[in-house]
Design a protein around this ligand. Structure first.
Ligand SMILES: Nc1ncnc2c1ncn2[C@@H]1O[C@H](COP(=O)(O)OP(=O)(O)OP(=O)(O)O)[C@@H](O)[C@H]1O
Ligand SMILES: [Mg+2]
Length: 423
């Protein structure tokens, strides 16, 4: 179709066809608000018979409460009749013939026909859209409520779970404490058992040591007593004296063993207190040596040497005496007749070293680690009397003085014991 024909396209007939067949309601109104024309869709929308709307006042198509305000709007539109949409941002309501209301969307345009200004209103019934919007809004609301409900549930479950976890943790902790407690009790029971075993072992060892060590001096006392009676009948006074000395020495030996055992008991119970007195070590040494000389084997002698700047030290004289006495008597006991024992004193600036060297039987290498144990006696000395307590006592005394004890030995050639004391 040619462009020149556009006027005929826009002929009244064409307009009528558009008007009649439009899917939107079309209502044409004059300046007074009277309906000039309404298409079938508009008539149906508002519930009127064909032609019934013509000449009716537009106000009738509005709910009564809006009519007055609408008249104002209409006037304003006629003053500035540009195409526009009505009710942007708010819901427009229209009224049917039966008074029921429904939501609409309206676009306005103006035309001038035969010098009269008319308004064309295009109206869409948006009930369905509103309904679906409402439904959407409701389901959104529902969704929000549901989400909130869900959140609340999750929160409460989480809290319940947290609580359970906390309870479990506490239970776990309690259990752990109980286990710990039980372990401690077991540990203590074990220690007590161990201690009891040690005590029993000690008792057994003591009994075997005592029955062995006590027998010789006791039988020597007995035989000397019988011999004294024999020599008394014969009037042999010198022999009687000799046996009295033997009895004395045997009794002394027994007393020494018992004393050792008593000191060990005291040391073990922590009952030994250490004194701190100013003492002359050399003097103490000379006293001990004098005392020990009486017990040496024939031909044995003790040589004392002293190194470093001699001075008095702070210590416990009894403890020091006990240590030295034990070491020197071992040196004598485990050396042959005629051997020399070397007793050395070394004064270092911050310590005192006491060394006792002998030329005796020595200590078997594989047994060296045991010699400080209670009742331990090396296999090469079984024919020599002893209880195996001396070195154990010495080591404990050295510990009380915060010192250390060491030794070196060559089997069959001799041993050196060295005590180092801080001072
Ligand atoms: N100077 C030494 N030479 C060789 N062996 C030694 C010497 N000193 C100690 N021992 C060994 O160490 C063991 C333990 O010595 P300890 O002094 O404790 O006991 P003991 O001499 O046997 O008995 P006690 O001293 O109680 O009468 C000895 O039995 C011996 O085997
Ligand atoms: Mg000894």
């Amino acid at each position: 179709m040619a462009v020149e024909q556009k006027d005929s396209i826009l002929s009244q007939d064409t307009f009528r066809q558009i008007f009649q067949n439009s899917a939107e309601g079309i209502i044409i109104v004059n300046e007074e608000g009277r309906i000039f024309l309404a298409n079938p869709v508009a008539e149906k929308m508002f519930g009127y018979e064909p032609g019934e709307l013509v000449n009716m006042h537009l106000g009738k198509l509005l709910p009564e409460r809006f009519r007055a305000r609408h008249a104002v709007y209409r006037e304003q539109f006629f003053q500035d009749p540009r195409p526009r949409r009505m009710g942007v941002g708010r819901d427009l309501l229209a009224a049917r013939k039966d008074g029921t209301e429904f939501p609409v969307e309206v676009s306005l345009s103006s035309v001038t026909i035969d010098g009269h200004s008319l308004v064309i209103a295009f109206i869409i019934d948006i009930t369905l859209r509103k309904k679906s919007e409402e439904a959407l809004r409701k389901s959104e609301e529902q969704l929000i409520i549901y989400a909130a409900e869900l959140e609340r549930k999750v929160k409460s479950r989480t809290e319940a779970l947290d609580k359970t976890i906390r309870e479990l943790e506490k239970l776990n902790k309690d259990l752990e404490e109980q286990i710990q407690e039980r372990r401690r009790a077991e540990e203590e029971a074990k220690k007590a058992l161990q201690r009891e075993r040690e005590v029993n072992e000690l008792k057994t060892k003591f009994v075997s040591m005592a029955s062995h060590e006590f027998r010789t001096p006791l039988s020597s006392v007995l035989s000397s007593a019988s011999l004294i009676r024999k020599y008394r009948d014969k009037g042999d006074l010198s022999r009687i004296d000799k046996h009295i000395d033997r009895i004395k020495s045997s009794v002394n030996h027994l007393t020494n063993i018992l004393n050792d055992f008593l000191s060990l008991g005291k040391l073990e119970e922590g009952k030994v207190e250490v004194l701190s007195e100013e003492i002359d070590v050399e003097e103490i040494f000379e006293d001990i040596v004098e005392e020990l000389r009486l017990t040496l084997k024939p031909g044995q002698e003790i040589k004392i040497s002293c190194e470093g700047s001699k001075r008095r030290i702070q210590s416990d004289p009894k403890v020091l005496r006990n240590i030295t006495f034990n070491l020197v008597s071992n040196a004598s006991k485990y050396s042959d007749e005629g051997k020399t024992i070397y007793l050395g004193l070394t004064f270092d600036p911050d310590r005192l070293r006491i060394s006792v060297r002998d030329e005796g039987v020595g200590i078997p290498e594989d047994e060296a680690k045991h010699i400080f144990e209670r009742f331990y006696r090396a296999s090469n000395v079984s024919n020599i009397q002893g209880t195996g307590l001396g070195l154990n006592i010495v080591k404990r005394y050295v510990g009380l003085l915060n010192g250390t004890i060491d030794f070196s030995s060559e089997f069959g050639k001799g041993s050196t014991f060295t005590v180092t004391l801080p001072c």
